[in-house]
Design a protein around this ligand. Structure first.
Ligand code: KIV
Length: 293
């Protein structure tokens, strides 16, 4: 058990992330969508907890991330914030809450901090989002950029496609990275980009990159918790970059199935799961019930 309990950990700030980056220590990021998933991520020593809009698909059963709305994100951010004692919490601005312009984005980011109780926001997009990132960071709200594959734009990208696979494509990801850095982002998620491209881009920046499907040359890594803990039924599609570190679904399934069988067979609840009553009180109760018949 290498990691200290959350109560022993110092609060992670953007400054902590910066110093991990300077020390070349990999930055650990995981999603959490509710109180229990945030609790375990924080206790396990994650540096950053991301309330990702993957919430839409993995926790709310929606078709894609475009469906989730501000109020839903805020509700889940609040529950994550209640469980998180040390990690830096970043909330994902949902589609429609920031693209109209910097003012709309700042308004949404302020709601995330005031009502969602997060420490910063993430938004998707590169060079075209630079003025928006500048506006939010100028108001004192840290921004985690998200470049490469941007799932909210999957309709324009033609699906979940690897980005930066050609020299021109890779240059365009680099241009985005430099623009979001210049605009004041404290770090950038780089999603689904060939590993050597992500590494080269990382080396050209002076802010951390957080890779997802972008290889080990990034400054840190992020995974969706439901995916990496295996909290989904067998047969579900998993992107190539996901490593399944657990089998939470099978363990939950086994426990619930056993509970069902024990209820059906009256093995549960056993005497140790019940509350006692003295013989005298029980006898008095039985007498009272009899007398009412
Ligand atoms: O929504 C999300 O969970 C994300 C991460 C996968 C980076 O954007």
């Amino acid at each position: 058990m290498g990691n200290p309990l959350p109560s022993d950990r110092k609060k992670v700030t953007v400054g902590t992330i910066r110093s991990l980056y300077k020390k070349k220590e990999p930055i650990t990021v995981i999603t959490a969508h509710d109180f229990p998933s945030a609790h375990v991520a924080d206790a396990a020593g994650m540096d950053i907890i991301l309330v990702g809009d993957s919430l839409a698909m993995v926790a709310l059963g929606m078709e894609d991330t475009s469906e989730v709305v501000m109020e839903e994100m805020l509700l889940h951010c609040r529950s994550v914030a209640r469980a998180t004692k040390a990690a830096l919490i970043i909330g994902d601005l949902p589609m429609g809450s920031y693209e109209i312009g910097p003012d709309q984005a700042l308004e949404s980011a302020i709601r995330f901090v005031k009502q969602g109780r997060v420490h910063g926001v993430k938004l998707e997009g590169g060079a075209e989002m630079a003025p928006t990132i500048k506006r939010i960071t100028s108001a004192g709200i840290p921004v985690l950029a998200h470049i490469g594959l941007t799932p909210q734009r999957q309709n324009a990208l033609g699906g979940f496609r690897v980005q930066g696979k050609t020299a021109d494509g890779a240059l365009s990801v680099l241009k985005d990275a430099l623009a979001v850095q210049e605009a004041g982002a404290f770090a950038a998620v780089i999603e689904a980009v060939p590993a050597p491209v992500a590494e080269l881009i990382t080396n050209k920046l002076n802010m951390p990159t957080i890779g997802i499907g972008a290889g080990s040359g990034c400054s840190g890594q992020v995974l969706v918790q439901v995916d990496m803990t295996g909290n989904f039924p067998p047969g579900r599609f998993l992107p190539k970059f996901v490593k399944k570190y657990g089998d939470v679904w099978s363990e939950s399934f086994r426990a619930i199935e056993t509970y069902r069988d024990e209820v059906k067979s009256r093995q549960y609840p056993a005497p140790e799961h019940t509350y006692p009553i003295s013989q005298e009180e029980l006898a008095a109760f039985e007498k009272a019930v009899d007398s009412k018949e």
